[in-house]
Design a protein around this ligand. Structure first.
Ligand code: SF4
Ligand code: SF4
Length: 459
């Protein structure tokens, strides 16, 4: 394991001349756009290094600049005008998985993820991607993901590709070999795209079953909506089964997490405002989400819109209502299912559920309540699988070994790997294919719903 100490770290940083010395950039911070990294956040780092061994990029690369402590130091140096906005800063900031594993162990409560996202916002504004790469980036971040109908159209094209024989043709003729191996792997691991999205299938209101306990709103998401339709439907059924009327607000859009991760904070803010308006218009006890990355982003809307006087208070109010579905069910008390699911499973802690939201025990409580289900813990279950939004596409050199480690940790007897995040589900599906295994990849809610369905069938 690499062991680079604080002193060598300082040598690695090359932060430039000290303040007041000739050549110093002091007073000319390179972070000149809205929403720069917050001094209150980076100044609390005490350089203790307790975060180093928790950081997957530090473990892979063994370089201080690719550690949480190194990144916080670089961001501070750039904020204080001691470092220019060049590759020495940009690469560590974008090579971070934003997995928040460092935050789980940091004794000072440094919000490394938020600092990284704020720094990416500065890079996005200062160095917009150009050419083909810039076109694709803007197309997806600003034109497709914020518009649910366009995303559904794209999903239909994907479904046509999968079902028309084009996918088979592309594989058999070797056309796909023109693409890098990690893209081929993801293409093969993509789930069969459903004909209809969950938003098209769900009514505006799903009535509560049995004794009514309250009313919640469901976030249908973007990837969850078009790729994991069944899980969204299962989530609505499970909530209704537990006595909650489920509202599905029409005006909601994708949460904006991908935009925040890419540094496109202005697009993310516009999407956050739209979601806040759509969900606060509903009189609900909670806003329920089943995608960890999106849940974490929505719980941080208050932070994202902290400089927006018109939305700051509303954003904080909205964020307080957001609950991961497992977190909510454990909090309000769910009806233990009586139907059996005979299976041995293991649970993977999605980073944005465990590290970012602190939701670890609740999904395990749900799994433990299911008759017939045997849960075997995997070692380091909260180590990142390498998915991290689109990190597996942009940084395969880190994501691929992380996936190998994750798959090596899966207990032999596990017939399925369970988790609460669509990005992890796609990445781990690719991992299962890579190992040649036949394991299922499931969402926690899929199994709870199956147990409730089995109970109904046995009535
Ligand atoms: S980020 Fe936290 S754990 Fe890491 S060096 Fe700073 S204070 Fe220590
Ligand atoms: S968020 Fe993850 S990858 Fe980034 S510095 Fe923290 S532990 Fe490392």
């Amino acid at each position: 394991m690499p062991s680079v100490g604080a002193e060598s770290a300082r040598e690695d940083y090359s932060p430039g001349p000290a303040a007041g010395q000739p050549g110093s950039l002091e007073g000319t911070t390179v972070f000149r756009w809205d929403d720069p990294p917050d001094p209150d956040k980076y100044s609390v780092c005490v350089h203790c290094g307790l975060c180093l061994e928790a950081c997957p990029t530090y473990q892979e690369l063994g370089i201080e600049n690719q550690s949480p402590r190194g990144r916080v130091y670089l961001i501070r140096a750039a904020s204080e005008g001691r470092l220019p906005l060049d590759e020495a800063l940009i690469d560590p900031v974008f090579r971070c998985l934003d997995c928040r594993a460092c935050e789980s162990v940091c004794p000072s409560g440094v919000q490394v993820g938020t600092l990284i996202e704020q720094a990416r916002g500065q890079v996005f504004a200062a160095r917009p991607a150009r050419g083909w790469q810039g076109f694709v980036q803007r197309l997806f971040l600003q034109r497709i993901f914020p518009r649910p109908k366009r995303l559904r159209r794209l999903a239909r094209i994907g479904r046509f590709y999968q079902r028309s024989g084009l996918a088979r043709l592309a594989r058999s003729t070797g056309v796909l070999n023109l693409f890098p191996s990690h893209l081929r792997e993801m293409e093969a691991a993509l789930p069969q795209i459903p004909a209809t999205s969950s938003r098209e299938l769900l009514p505006a209101q799903v009535p509560a079953q049995r004794q009514r306990r309250g009313r919640v709103a469901l976030v249908t998401g973007c990837v969850m909506d078009v790729l994991f339709t069944d899980t969204n439907l299962a989530t609505a059924r499970v909530l209704a089964r537990n006595g909650y009327e489920v509202r599905v607000p029409e005006g909601q859009v994708c949460c904006g997490a991908l935009q925040v991760h890419a540094g496109d904070r202005e697009t993310a803010k516009a999407m956050a405002r739209q979601n806040i308006d759509a969900f606060l218009a509903e009189d609900v006890d909670a806003v329920i989400i089943n995608a960890a990355g999106c849940g974490a982003a929505m719980k941080e809307y208050g932070e994202l819109l902290r400089n927006d006087p018109a939305y700051r208070e509303k954003a904080e109010r909205f964020s307080r209502k957001v609950k991961d579905v497992a977190e909510f069910l454990a909090e309000v008390g769910f009806d233990p299912p009586k139907g059996r699911v005979e299976m041995t499973v293991t649970y993977h802690d999605a980073c944005h559920l465990s590290h970012a939201q602190g939701v670890r025990q609740q999904p395990r409580e749900i799994l433990a309540s299911i008759p017939g289900l045997r849960v075997v813990e995997m070692p380091d279950s909260d180590r990142c699988c390498g998915s991290a939004g689109i990190y597996n596409l942009t940084h395969p050199e880190i994501a691929s070994p992380l996936l190998d480690r994750k798959m090596a940790d899966v207990p032999e007897e596990a017939e399925a790997i369970v988790m609460g995040n669509p990005g992890c589900m796609m990445q781990i599906r690719a991992g299962v294919q890579r190992t040649g295994a036949t394991r299922k990849v499931l969402h926690t809610v899929d199994i709870l719903d199956a147990a409730y369905q089995a109970e109904e069938e046995n009535r």
